[in-house]
Write a protein that binds this ligand. Structure first.
Ligand SMILES: NC(=O)c1ccc[n+]([C@@H]2O[C@H](COP(=O)([O-])OP(=O)(O)OC[C@H]3O[C@@H](n4cnc5c(N)ncnc54)[C@H](OP(=O)(O)O)[C@@H]3O)[C@@H](O)[C@H]2O)c1
Length: 214
């Protein structure tokens, strides 16, 4: 799959690297330095390159939006027409100092994003785990017991792409339903962050849902 990374920081840099290592064609975009994008592309050790946001978006079948909420309008403006593209978002609608969600209960960041790009297929995915755990999940991807990763969206085609990429990174995809479920998924992410960054044991944290038979 051709994947454009819009925001090549902690999440985008690592997920783009893992997508490339899983065999996808990746374009890293949107960082403050071109050299950083080129370094990421080199170190991905796969089919990866650095380019502008508009070039990354134009070439891609799927995009990962991984920027601070305050940067979303600018990145979408740079991306241009996203008609028909699958847009996976891990971007949380946080305030400027990352202390609170600025959208919630009656909407979610993912739904607001879908309103900004109504012709794209928006899926909320990958945002519910800290970036610190991603490489370890990938390294353990052949194990039978893998961590879960919830995702939600309205477009079936977008969700199929999301599930595949979630599996490629090493998680077990858990379809949480339509995009409005991001209203629950986004606050859940703050719980995971609390456990990862304030709890004991460090930030290499993932989660797993289990259904037990009686
Ligand atoms: N980090 C996590 O563990 C985590 C987990 C779940 C969800 N999230 C969410 O995922 C999203 C991305 O988080 P992140 O931690 O990956 O953020 P990050 O490390 O700050 O990455 C953001 C990217 O945007 C780029 N950027 C910011 N301002 C820019 C500007 N003015 N011009 C060009 N590029 C600019 C940064 O460039 P530089 O590379 O040059 O800094 C970086 O590549 C956020 O919405 C966050 O809430 C993060």
């Amino acid at each position: 799959m051709r994947i454009g990374i819009l925001g090549s920081g902690l999440m985008g840099g690592k997920l783009g690297t893992l997508f490339a290592r899983a065999g996808h064609e990746v374009v890293f975009s949107y960082a403050r330095s071109e050299r950083k994008l080129q370094r990421l592309a080199r170190q991905a050790r796969g089919n990866a390159r650095a380019d502008s946001v508009s070039a990354a978006a134009a070439a891609a079948e799927a995009l990962l939006l991984a920027v601070h909420w305050s940067r979303v309008p600018e990145v979408l403006h740079q991306a241009g027409d996203l008609t028909g593209k699958v847009v996976l978002t891990c971007s949380l609608p946080m305030n400027d100092d990352d202390t609170e969600l600025v959208v919630g209960r009656s909407s979610s960041g993912a739904e607001e994003l879908a309103r900004m790009i109504p012709r794209a297929k928006v899926v909320s995915a990958f945002g519910t785990v800290p970036s610190e755990v991603l490489f370890a999940v990938f390294a353990a991807r052949r194990r039978a017991r893998r961590p879960s990763l919830v995702y939600c969206g309205d477009a079936r085609a977008g969700k199929t792409v999301a599930a595949r990429l979630i599996e490629d990174v090493g998680f077990e995809p858990v379809d949480a339903g339509p995009l409005r479920i991001a209203r629950y998924l986004e606050p859940f992410t703050l719980l995971v962050a609390q456990l990862a960054y304030q709890g004991r044991g460090g930030a290499h944290l993932a989660y797993r849902f289990e259904r037990l038979r009686r």
